[in-house]
Design a protein around this ligand. Structure first.
Ligand SMILES: [Zn+2]
Ligand SMILES: [Zn+2]
Length: 310
């Protein structure tokens, strides 16, 4: 099995709306040449990218080309990790109003906005009287977060402004905010300042950047990522505890052995509950499910695991 290099980064740069389609075409063409997989969210405020390739050098070159295509804007920290399975099936460029959806397209970060390096963040966490806020969704919080972090119980990032309005903390205290790779905090910090928080700091490069430097410290659990790895562990390796449910594509954590081919897999709770009535759901793939339903007696050939991209 080949190893995939993965790189995650973003940058904010004003792009004329009329050029987005041609920018998209350029990205698709170059990615195709170099066999790049991944997802780019493109908008008139910039780019948010997660890219993967079996050839690390090709991926590096693609990122360099991309940087120079956009006139070498100031990039976020590039987070690198590896995956022994393809994190994406394809290369997709989606054009969106915002590259991270807060519902505030007017917030376009420029320049330094109180970023803390992982080392400074680490130190700040040790101070008393700081408030640590997880800007991510509830299901991300659930599988791993920083010690003492407040869960805002949000289902999607666009709920952040409402939830932060209900956060009953002393607005003059330092508030430390974080997300996976940093991009959500770029907008969250605007919102918090607008709501009167005076001392907001964001973790530069997010959890992924912190874990790279402090793998066994103040972040507990695994970090959710938005590709087929589902989450990465403290060494930034794909999670052993979660994978995508082969039946429906949701997060799976319940171990099964495929009734058809004996391949190990993880189902989500919903599909696991179906197995009582429909045993064919206790399989590693839609293919095995289909063949098991038709012929439960004969074992089938082992399926190559199939991963959804999103
Ligand atoms: Zn499922
Ligand atoms: Zn199977």
């Amino acid at each position: 099995m080949s190893l995939y290099s993965v790189q995650t980064f973003y940058f904010f740069k004003e792009l004329p709306e009329t050029q987005l389609l041609s920018v998209r075409a350029w990205l698709l063409g170059h990615a195709f040449y170099k066999n790049i997989l991944g997802l780019i969210i493109l908008g008139k405020e910039g780019l948010n990218c997660t890219l993967a390739c079996t050839q690390a050098a090709d991926l590096d070159q693609f990122v360099i080309d991309l940087q120079s295509f956009f006139g070498n804007p100031e990039f976020s920290t590039i987070k690198k990790s590896d995956s022994d399975k393809p994190p994406f099936r394809r290369f997709v460029v989606k054009i969106r109003e915002e590259i991270v959806t807060l519902g505030r397209p007017e917030f376009v970060p420029q320049g330094e906005r109180r970023h803390l390096s992982p080392a400074d963040w680490h130190q700040m966490l040790e101070q008393e009287d700081v408030v640590v806020v997880d800007t991510r969704n509830d299901y991300e919080y659930e599988i791993g977060t920083f010690e003492n972090a407040i869960d805002l119980n949000i289902k999607e990032f666009s709920e952040f402004p409402d939830k932060i309005a209900k956060l009953d903390t002393d607005k003059s205290k330092p508030h430390l905010i974080f997300c996976t790779g940093g991009i959500r905090c770029e907008k969250a910090i605007f919102e918090m300042e607008k709501q009167g928080y005076e001392n907001v700091y964001q973790l530069e490069g997010g959890i992924l950047n912190y874990m790279e430097q402090f793998p066994e410290e103040k972040f507990k659990g695994e970090c959710f990522v938005f590709d087929s790895r589902v989450a990465v562990d403290k060494d930034l390796k794909p999670s052993q505890n979660f994978s995508l449910c082969p039946q429906c594509g949701e997060v799976g954590s319940l171990d099964i052995v495929c009734l058809k081919c004996d391949e190990r897999s993880k189902l989500c709770k919903a599909c696991m509950s179906l197995t009582k009535e429909k045993p064919e759901y206790e399989t590693c793939s839609k293919n095995c499910r289909y063949h098991y339903a038709r012929d439960p007696e004969t074992k089938g050939p082992q399926q190559k695991q199939f991963y959804h991209s999103q």
